[in-house]
Design a protein. Structure first.
Length: 218
């Protein structure tokens, strides 16, 4: 097992403005191919420019103003369409480019705090999460050997249009000034083993792209 992260950020390659950050985020974010061969783009596939989700005091998600500490953020939405005995499996990947590594660290900390503050969350009308738990893992802890910092949230996903309870999982890592996250909303007919594998695959792909874009080159 590695004893230290094999990545060093090159300050010269760090994005300095929104346009550079947008190009970087789009080069990193996981589309359907990063999740697996059965996944396709959802419509719309990318979040609108300036979109910034905010968890309100009543534990309901809404939209807010993107912080000045964030240069750019984008979310890509993918899915496996419904099939015999299987519901629509919806996933998403988010890349957020911060101005500094410290700003990215704060986002990681705030994400952990949200699950502690709101273990039950309303995603949107008819969709909610229950019993959400979060765990942070710095490099070398909890199997994290790919990023400076990593976290995972897990809970129960409830959708009024889907029978029964499904799994919900959010994994997020930081590479330099960039955070990458992969999210799965479970669906009937899809096992946790299957979705966990796809989620890790998407996250690792984004970590690798982020390192390739930002690391020191000899």
């Amino acid at each position: 097992m590695p004893t230290k992260l094999g990545f060093t950020a090159d300050p010269k390659r760090a994005p300095k403005n929104q346009a550079e950050a947008e190009r970087l985020a789009l080069a990193i974010v996981a589309g359907p191919d990063s999740w697996g061969s059965d996944y396709v783009k959802r419509t719309p596939h990318l979040s609108p420019d300036g979109y910034w989700p905010v968890l309100g005091k009543q534990c309901t998600w809404g939209t807010g103003t993107r912080p000045t500490s964030v240069l750019h953020s984008v979310t890509a939405y993918s899915e496996i369409p419904a099939g015999p005995g299987k519901g629509v499996l919806r996933v998403s990947a988010t890349v957020t480019v911060h101005r500094t590594e410290t700003d990215a660290d704060w986002e990681m900390a705030e994400t952990l705090e949200e699950a502690l503050r709101c273990p039950d969350q309303q995603l949107r009308a008819g969709e909610r999460i229950r019993g959400l738990m979060s765990l942070g893992s710095p490099f070398g802890v909890g199997g994290n050997f790919t990023a400076v910092d990593s976290l995972r949230e897990a809970g129960t996903y409830l959708n009024d249009s889907v029978p029964g309870e499904q799994t919900y999982s959010w994994v997020q890592s930081r590479v330099g000034q960039v955070t990458v996250a992969a999210v799965v909303k479970g669906a009937p007919g899809h096992s946790a083993k299957e979705t966990d594998s796809a989620q890790v695959q998407a996250l690792v792909a984004m970590i690798g792209r982020a390192e390739d874009q930002l690391e020191v080159r000899s």
